[in-house]
Design a protein around this ligand. Structure first.
Ligand SMILES: [Zn+2]
Length: 286
């Protein structure tokens, strides 16, 4: 699944190439790509036609294109392999092209949703008063959101009987942090993933949030160079950031801080990568 920085790169690409353009017509080439749009493909295309996209928004890993003056948005589910491409009309259809949106202007490009594994899709939803698609109203703000409340996050950590990595992946506490960036931020913070949060001090929480933001901004800085092209996409991997990872995927390799071989442990059907020396397990778990 793409994480926040990858989704933000796509959002910027859409802002550059799709915002403020009016839909001439949309075409659904595979019904699975609109299965979250309960009223079906015909309703989806009918409701888009003639409306103008506003500036694309994002919260955590969720990305949407508002329809201007409609209080509705097209929510993009990128799934495992979903891509949003802006292509010239004449570019041949991709093998896994699922949805095509043409515009009523002379720019010569169209928006395409391409998805090999068809876990993703597009759907149209009513907005909440905050301008969020209603189906994601429960998703917390992400740490790059200027309105994210660090103090409220700290209080929530203290209240919850949870451990730090579970908290980072809990989308109702903080959104946009996935497995990769959680491991990276925990390594930078020298925190073991199973550390209980109930005893966290305010400085510890704020330091952790600082590392979460740093690692995301670093990924954005690397990915941010690719969005200023006609081709915007998410391929489900954080490929462009792989070389900068300090923890994730580095089992057996020396810790970049102390040289101790990094470890991998199964964790909630995924893996956690950590340095056994810099990130000591809590006493109860060791
Ligand atoms: Zn280490």
């Amino acid at each position: 699944m793409p994480e926040l920085p990858e989704v933000e790169v796509v959002r910027r690409g859409l802002e550059r190439w799709v915002a403020h353009r009016t839909v001439a017509d949309a075409e659904v080439l595979h019904p699975r790509a609109v299965r979250r749009h309960i009223a079906g493909a015909d309703d989806f295309t009918h409701r888009l036609k003639g409306h103008r996209f506003g500036v694309p928004s994002r919260r955590g890993k969720y990305l949407w294109l508002p329809l201007e003056d409609m209080h509705q948005s097209v929510l993009a589910h990128l799934g495992m392999s979903g891509q949003l491409l802006v292509q010239p009309h004449e570019a041949p259809a991709e093998k896994h092209l699922r949805i095509r949106v043409r515009f009523a202007d002379a720019l010569g490009t169209e928006l395409r949703f391409v998805d090999q594994r068809t876990f993703g899709g597009l759907s149209l939803h009513e907005n909440t008063p905050d301008g969020l698609p209603d189906v994601i109203a429960h998703i917390a703000r992400d740490p790059l959101d200027p309105l994210f409340d660090d103090e409220a996050f700290h209080q929530a950590l203290r209240r919850k009987r949870t451990t730090v990595k579970r908290a980072l992946l809990n989308q109702s506490l903080i959104s946009g942090v996935g497995n990769i960036y959680a491991d990276e931020a925990l390594w930078r913070s020298r925190l073991h993933y199973d550390r209980p949060t109930a005893t966290f001090t305010r400085p510890r929480t704020f330091e952790l949030l600082g590392h979460v933001r740093d690692v995301m901004n670093a990924a954005l800085a690397v990915g941010g160079t690719s969005f200023d092209s006609l081709y915007v996409n998410v391929n489900g991997e954080s490929g462009y950031f792989d070389r900068s990872l300090d923890a994730y995927g580095r089992e057996g390799l020396p810790c970049k801080r102390c040289g101790t071989p990094m470890r991998r442990r199964p964790w909630m059907n995924r893996s956690s990568y950590f340095c056994p020396k810099c990130q000591r397990p809590p006493r109860a778990a060791s």
